[in-house]
Design a protein around this ligand. Structure first.
Ligand code: ADP
Ligand code: MG
Length: 238
């Protein structure tokens, strides 16, 4: 476990650590020499050009890919809630908001059609409240706006009890208003989760991020996101 001692209190320092990671799709290595930290309880932004390797890093972090080289260290007892770039379910299917969020509480070993316990229902309600969708519990997900749908997916990840929430371009296909709301939501969620967000909207994301990782075949860590913004202004490729 990765602890630092601060004023006699044990404080968890890093939620995730990538050490010298390389990942290749067949013969083509998407990322290499990747070294960075995700500080516990903070918001970390992954930014960089299209094809630079953000989604690859997110899939490595979420355990979907195994690295060809290096080590990924996740803090003890932590699990990752992954929010994909597209939707993780058929959003045209008339299932309700509450039903989708409840699936987040399911243990992988549990059959999906069993009855939910009171505790699971409470978790789902709490998650729905956190993302500001109270009153929409019984609405079909096929009757939601793009921004509301994103918040349903985030609520499902929150209901899963994962300590680390990882989102790949959650702002894609949203209008400006919904995008702003999403960033406000992510900023508020910092209080309860460690958050990692890949985004190409650097103005919004670097404003709310505590830590930034520039991803372009390899990574550069900026514990001051404003410093990265300056570099990008000076012409570093995005
Ligand atoms: P980003 O999310 O920053 O746009 P990606 O991680 O999706 O970047 O892609 C990084 C590189 O890996 C790109 O060159 C992309 O073409 C390549 N890549 C991504 N997925 C695959 C795949 N399934 N097979 C082969 N190459 C891939
Ligand atoms: Mg991507």
């Amino acid at each position: 476990m990765h602890y630092q001692i601060t004023e006699n209190k044990l404080v968890r320092k890093n939620a995730v650590r990538f050490e010298n990671i390389r990942y290749c799709y067949g013969d083509v290595c998407a990322v290499q020499n990747v070294n960075f930290f995700v500080p516990h309880g903070k918001l970390t932004a992954l930014v960089g050009p299209n094809g630079g390797g953000k989604s690859t890093i997110i899939k490595l972090m979420s355990g979907f890919f195994k690295p060809n080289e290096g080590e990924i260290i996740i803090e003890d007892d932590s699990t990752i809630g992954y929010v994909a770039q597209g939707f993780n379910f058929d959003e045209t299917f008339p299932i309700t908001v509450k039903q989708v969020v409840l699936t987040g509480t399911l243990d992988k070993s549990i059959r999906p059609f069993r009855k939910y316990t009171k505790k699971q229902k409470q978790k789902a309600d709490k998650a729905i409240e956190k993302v500001g969708l109270q009153g929409f519990e019984n609405r079909g997900v096929n009757q939601l706006s793009g921004g509301q749908l994103k918040r349903v997916i985030i609520a499902r990840a929150l209901a899963s009890d994962s300590q680390i929430l990882v989102l790949d371009e959650p702002d894609s296909n949203l209008d400006v208003e919904a995008e702003k709301e999403l960033y406000t939501l992510l900023e508020n969620l910092k209080e309860i989760k460690t958050i990692v967000v890949a985004s190409h909207h650097i103005d919004y994301i670097l404003d709310i991020a505590d830590n930034a990782i520039y991803v372009n075949r390899t990574t550069q860590n900026y514990n001051n996101p404003k410093a990265l913004r300056e570099k990008l202004k000076e012409g570093m490729v995005l």
